[in-house]
Write a protein that binds this ligand. Sequence first.
Ligand code: AHR
Length: 340
Amino acid sequence: MKKLCIGIICLLVLCLSGCSRGAEDPNIQERIVLGFSQLGSESEWRIAASNDIRRAAEEADIQLIFDNAQQQQFNQIRAIRSFILKGVDVIAFSPIVEDGWDNILEEARVAGIPVIVVDRKIETAQEDLYAAFIGADFHGEGVRAGEWMVERFARAEGPIRIAEISGTPYSSPTIGRYEGLREVLRDYPQFEIVISHSGDFMRSKGRESMEFILQGTPDIDILFSHNDDMALGAIEIMKERGIRPGIDIAVVSVDAQASGLVALRQGQINCLIECSPYAGDLLMELISNIVNGRPFVTYTYTETRVFTDRDDFYALPVQYRLEDIIVAARIEPHYTMRMR
Ligand code: AHR
């Protein structure tokens, strides 16, 4: 019995010393914990962005605490505060609007947790309230949309009447695309932006915006939509009113997600400005650099390409697999075979 007791005690001592050695062993790295606040799930783009972050975190072996704020800034602030209380290693968030983040970022700074702003930009009193930014050049997207209009309508007589369906008010993509378009058209007085209406980046609100526009604004030549979802909603309304999208009204949109590319292929959208939602790998690399004290890039911009109805459908960006586009278009399987 005495021998048995000594054996058990030895085993316990071995176990305990083994445990504590493991915790202190500098060769055993703990997983980085990332708290990510996503602003919502308003669009195909947003869903692709969220999925990409989940995939990239898993592949990088980073523990992800993901929160969807359902389009509300106060939900984002609450989520960020909960990440601070949990003591995560790093916080990242896609801010719904530009303003109103200073206090919560100050709380993160006091807690010593670095913050990365993803996708949309913010306005802060002090730029050093966040460590880095990854996202698209929204102003450049508006510029590209304007340049396409100028080129495609080069021989048209003015006035060329533009209707705009903008995104969420006070958000950085809305502000950037709005200003970028106007910057180009300033030098071409034959173009007139006759109406601008917010569709909040949602397909249903894109429908409502187009209905509103058609009720009071005749002779629209071009529709500029701040994203594909709203463009697709607007296209539905045009068709219901006997207007041929892409022919009677030229359609220019931003995102170039799968359903937008289908509409481009079908001739219902004339020009798509790419806004890539695939920032996951860049984000995980940035996080690893920040947490491990390595040098890192503070501002990273994703690529923007322009696709038009005159492009080759087969020269699509690699990340948009043909299968995704076929699913988005609900094309019959036999047609799928022919497309390959
Ligand atoms: O912030 C990026 C924008 O937000 C995308 O263009 C839009 O589709 C999304 O909802």
